[in-house]
Design a protein around this ligand. Structure first.
Ligand code: F6P
Length: 365
């Protein structure tokens, strides 16, 4: 019997749990028997390369990988097929949509279905490939937890745990030196990692992109805490946070572009606080990519493994053009449009912000 061929790709930034999804797909597929599973290296770059850089996934390749961070298939957040960089006749770079060619190339290579594991950018690619007739299923990945259409993405819980461990360490040093400690976490335009970390760690101040802050209110809050004799302050700031009437801090890229590199807002906040009159010593920590590294938490291993099984079962059922999602404690299939229309950000009026305020955390607004 001719077996059917499934291609897996991991795209965008890496994230703890990617390998657990790959293993989940493989294990469920083996029970179905009539499928062979392949992986494209570095997202869909493996499909473009000549010869294709596509590897058969075997039992020995996936054994035990659910505990490992990163992705055995490697990944990239460049060479997006929706904005593929090409040189024109004058040597200038311009961007073209190559998704139709990509869909055709995958079909030419004999694949019957694709599972694309990735965040919002990757699921936009999944949607375009499906529109060009490719049978595809998405799996939601990102430490930022900002993908719509699912209550949670895998990788997020691990990132929050790493950030909380970092925060706990900064509390003892802040206390010893009577300092203001600012810890910057990732999350792009969403404050999920910051908000969860602030509640888990017990921060005094939490600054997120969804709630622009007033520097004078922060100063008052910090001074009051010293006056009350607590003698130290711990702040969590999301990399995309900004003051009221202020601008986004970024390290590289063009403001407003999809590829702007965030990072460094902790230093900006530190200067603003000093200028506005905070007398205590201030130190800054930018947690960076440690939030994406290492082994996935038990929770993320469960989430990612179950996503893998669900995604393969969607392939078996021919439920294409959809993403595996975790909604109300259940694993379901949702249309890719639900995931790609807009990002899921923190609701300033939602229960978690309300709970944080109830715990005395200030958002500086
Ligand atoms: O989307 C995940 C994420 O880690 C963001 O939180 C962060 O802004 C970005 O990726 C960093 O991207 P890179 O790995 O390209 O620096």
């Amino acid at each position: 019997m001719n077996k059917k061929k499934l291609l897996i790709a991991t795209g965008g930034g890496d994230c703890p749990g990617l390998n657990a999804v790959i293993r989940g797909i493989y294990k469920r597929a083996k029970k179905a028997k009539e499928w062979e599973i392949y992986g494209s290296k570095e997202a869909f770059n493996g499909v473009w390369s000549d010869p294709p850089f596509i590897i058969p996934l075997t039992r020995s390749k996936v054994a035990g990988i659910h505990v490992k961070g990163g992705t055995i298939l490697k990944t990239t957040n460049k060479a997006d097929p929706l904005y593929y960089p090409v040189k024109d006749e004058f040597g200038n770079i311009r961007f073209i949509d190559k998704t139709k060619d990509l869909a055709e190339r995958i079909k030419e290579l004999g694949f019957d279905a694709v599972i694309n594991i990735g965040g919002d950018g990757s699921q936009r690619i999944s949607k375009a490939l499906h529109d060009h007739g490719l049978p595809i299923v998405g799996v939601p990945k990102t430490i930022d937890n900002d993908l719509a259409g699912t209550d949670m993405t895998f990788g997020f819980q691990t990132a929050v745990q790493i950030a909380t461990d970092g925060f706990d360490k900064l509390v003892t040093t802040a206390e010893s030196h009577h300092r203001v400690m600012i810890m910057e976490v990732m999350g792009r335009d969403a404050g999920w990692i910051a908000l969860h970390t602030a509640i888990a760690g017990g921060a005094e101040i939490c600054l997120i992109p969804e709630i622009p802050y007033d520097i004078n209110k922060l100063v008052k809050r910090i001074e009051a805490r010293y006056e009350k004799g607590r003698g130290f302050v711990n702040i969590v700031i999301a990399e995309g946070a900004k003051p009221k009437d202020g601008t986004l801090v970024f390290r590289d890229g063009e403001s407003g572009s999809r590829h702007v590199k965030l990072g460094g807002v902790a230093y900006e906040l530190s200067s603003q606080l000093k200028e506005a009159g905070v007398r205590a010593e201030i130190r800054e920590t930018v947690l960076g990519h440690v939030q994406r590294g290492g082994t996935p938490s038990a929770f993320d291993r469960v989430l990612a493994s179950a996503f893998g099984v669900k995604a393969f079962e969607m392939v078996l059922e021919g439920d294409f053009g959809k993403m595996a999602a975790f909604i109300n404690n259940d694993f379901v299939a949702v249309p890719l449009e639900n995931a790609t229309k807009e990002n899921k950000v923190v609701d300033p009026k939602g229960y978690l912000v309300h709970a944080a305020k109830g715990l005395g955390i200030s958002f500086g607004n």
